[in-house]
Structure formats: C-alpha cells, structure tokens
Design a protein around this ligand. Structure first.
Ligand code: NDP
Length: 360
C-alpha cells in the first residue's frame, strides 16, 4: 500500500533522528551515472537506496552497475515498497516540474537538476509547492560546491578586491558527441541557455551576492545546434549594485579555457579552468601587476552539494542553492533568451520569497 505524505514525513523524521537521509535517484541519466550517484554514496549521512527509471531494463542496469539496492519504474511503485526521504530529480528538463511536484506531494525532499523548470511559472510553482509542504527544495547548481568558487566568493565578500565593478564569466567547452542529442536538437528543452547560462548566472549571484536586473544578449547556432537550437550565447548583465557582467556560454569550443574574473576597486580575481563538473582550475588575486595564486583545497563538487542538502534536511540549514536560487537563475536565463530573440534589453523579474545568498 502507498504511504500517505504524512506517514512518509513521520517515518522520515524518525530517520532524521538517526542522522540518515535515504535517497532515490529519479531518472537513470548520464550525470547521475557519472557523478551524482557516487557522490551520494560517498557522503556518510546519505544512503542511496533506489533508482527510478521509466525503463525497467535501464533502471536495473543502472542499479546493478552502481550498487543500488532497488530499481522501480515509478516513484509511486517505489514508495509502496521502500522508505525514502529525498529524491534527486535527474530527468530531462521537461520532466523536472512534474517529477518535483510528485515527490513534494509524497512528502519527499527534492534536489532538482537545472534548469529548475522550462518556464518561470513551473519553477515558481515548484518552489511554492515545496515551501507549502515544508520540504527542502534545492537546485543542483553544483558549482556552488566548488572550492574554487567558494574561495572567490570569500575573497569578494571579505573585501579583498574592494568594491566589485565588473565580472566576466566564460563557460565555453565542446559538448561531447554522445551528448549531442536533446541538448542540441530539441527546441523545447535543449540549447545552451537552459544548459549553461543558468549555471553562469548562479555562479555570479553566488560569488557577488548581487542580483541581475537587466540583460542584453545575442545567440547563435554556430556548429552543433540544430532546428534553431542555440549552441552559444553572449550577454551583458546589469546587476543591482551597478556592476556590469559579461557572460559567454558555448558548447562549440574545443580549445577554450573556462574562466571567471571579478574586477574591483582594490584588486582583480582570475579563476582559470574552474567551470566544470570535476574539481579543477586555479584562482589568482592580482593587485597592480602582482599576481598571487590563492591556495584552494580540492573537493568533489557534487559530494559537497549532497552533504549540504543533507544538512538542510537533518539540521534545518540552507542547501547550497535553494529552489528560489533555481527560480532566479532561470529568470535571468529566460531574459537572456528573450533579449537574444527580440534584440532588446530585457529586465529580469524578481520573486518574493527569494532568500539572500548565504555568505557563510
Ligand atoms: P540524459 O540524456 O543522460 O538522461 C535524461 C533522461 O533520459 C534520464 O533521466 C532517463 O530517464 C532517460 N534516458 C537515459 N538514457 C537513455 C537512453 N539511452 N535512451 C532513452 N532515454 C534515456 O541526461 P543528462 O544526464 O545529460 O541530463 C539530465 C539532467 O541533468 C538535465 O536536466 C540536465 O540539464 C542536468 N545536468 C546537470 C548537470 C550538473 O552538473 N548540474 C550536468 C549534466 C546534466 P528514464 O530513466 O526515466 O527513462
């Protein structure tokens, strides 16, 4: 028999007292296989119990390969048999909203992949539903888990570069051939704006603790984008503080190093090779002509994200990126898309309930 949301929450509270979060992955995806399943398995207070896949065969193979005890073809059938506290929604972009709402209705905490939804309406609906259900909704903006990005945020927020005046962020890479599927072909849910712009926006919001207010953008289908799907986009973004940022996202650059720069009244920060799934890259502080490397310890970005999510579930802390952070990154990304489509400057809407970016 399927448990009621109240029963799920009561059982979950009991496990919380034992200091454990029991996870299911929804969607037997490449990113779950490459990074997130192992990250969950590596965090001491997390237990990866199940995977949900629409395909019984793919789900079973995924579970067997990764040592996951249970596979199921729907969340409903999983919950009828197995106690779960949290799900990682790793399905295609067009399923994030429904999968999150289903989990929230069952009383489960949710870590959802980016983009949080395809529309602001969906994303806000997801954030509000999770708030109303009293569950944690987090967005997998995994780059908040990067030690390099945390070091840059600390330099900015402890005043090491004075007042930040400008930023540049370049998430430019070559999308491997095997990933050139829905990302490069599907007009509804593909494109670099949903894929990378949301990350760049979130990185800037995270390190600057500032909010985008207006964008002006251009996009192109330069090499691998089909059916009018963009494979690169460049934007100028005005922030609330008056800072101006340049953002470039592209999946057609086989030789481009990713980069993040913040330029302030007292210094500049250069992050090189630091936008990635793997821990990577270096951080430098430049004053005048003197360049100093900032020592950064490496950490698995996804494990850091999962550990912070568990702390939110178990101890009431904030996840690395909340649901409202996912709403905010999507709001700017959609403004980028509209600006590029219509050739106009576009204001970025703000949403009530959007908490400040945590500093600590
Ligand atoms: P995949 O294309 O690998 O998987 C998406 C979904 O398609 C899966 O959940 C699975 O659903 C189904 N699927 C998987 N393999 C196959 C197959 N061979 N044939 C048919 N269907 C299949 O997606 P990605 O891993 O690239 O992306 C998943 C989500 O994660 C996206 O929202 C993306 O934006 C995000 N992402 C986030 C990253 C990050 O670092 N934060 C990095 C990469 C992606 P089911 O098992 O239910 O059929």
């Amino acid at each position: 028999m399927t448990e009621t949301p109240q029963a799920v929450r009561a059982a979950s509270r009991a496990r919380r007292d034992e200091g454990k979060v029991r996870w299911a992955i929804v969607g037997a995806s490449q990113i779950a296989r490459s990074w997130v399943a192992k990250a969950i398995q590596s965090v001491p207070d997390a237990e990866l119990v199940a995977v949900v896949s629409r395909s019984a065969q793919r789900g079973r193979a995924f579970a067997d390969d990764l040592g996951i005890p249970v596979s199921a073809t729907s969340l409903k059938s999983l919950l009828a048999e197995t106690a779960i506290d949290a799900v990682y929604v790793s399905t295609n972009n067009d399923r994030h909203c429904d999968d999150t709402l289903e989990a929230a209705a069952a009383g489960l905490h949710v870590l959802c992949e980016k983009p949080l939804g395809l529309t602001l309406y969906d994303a806000v609906k997801m954030a509000r539903a999770c708030d109303s259900a009293g569950i944690v909704l987090a967005t997998n903006h995994h780059m908040r888990g990067a030690a390099t990005h945390r070091a840059i945020r600390d330099l900015v927020q402890t005043g090491q570069i004075g007042r930040p005046l400008a930023a540049r962020v370049m998430y430019c890479e070559y999308l491997p051939k095997e990933l050139q599927t829905w990302r490069t072909k599907d007009k509804e849910q593909g494109g670099v704006i949903y894929d990378l712009t949301v990350h760049n926006v979130d990185v800037l919001r995270f390190v600057l603790a500032d909010e985008p207010v207006e964008v002006m953008s251009m996009k192109a289908s330069s090499l691998i984008g089909e059916n009018g799907v963009e494979d690169q986009v460049q934007s100028i973004v005005n922030f609330a503080s008056g800072l101006i940022a340049y953002m470039h996202e592209g999946q057609v650059f086989a030789h481009h190093e990713t980069a993040l720069e913040i330029h302030g009244t007292e210094g500049s920060i250069y992050g090189r090779g630091i936008l990635d799934e793997a821990p990577s890259g270096r951080v430098y502080l430049r004053r005048g002509t003197e360049m100093t490397e900032i020592p950064v310890e490496t950490a698995n970005l996804y494990a850091t994200t999962i550990a912070q999510f568990d702390a939110a579930v178990l101890h009431g802390e904030l996840p690395a990126a909340t649901g409202w952070d996912g709403v905010a990154s999507l709001a700017t990304a959609l403004a980028v898309r509209r600006s590029a489509q219509e050739g106009v400057r576009v204001s970025v809407p703000r949403f009530e309930g959007n908490p400040p970016v945590p500093v600590a």
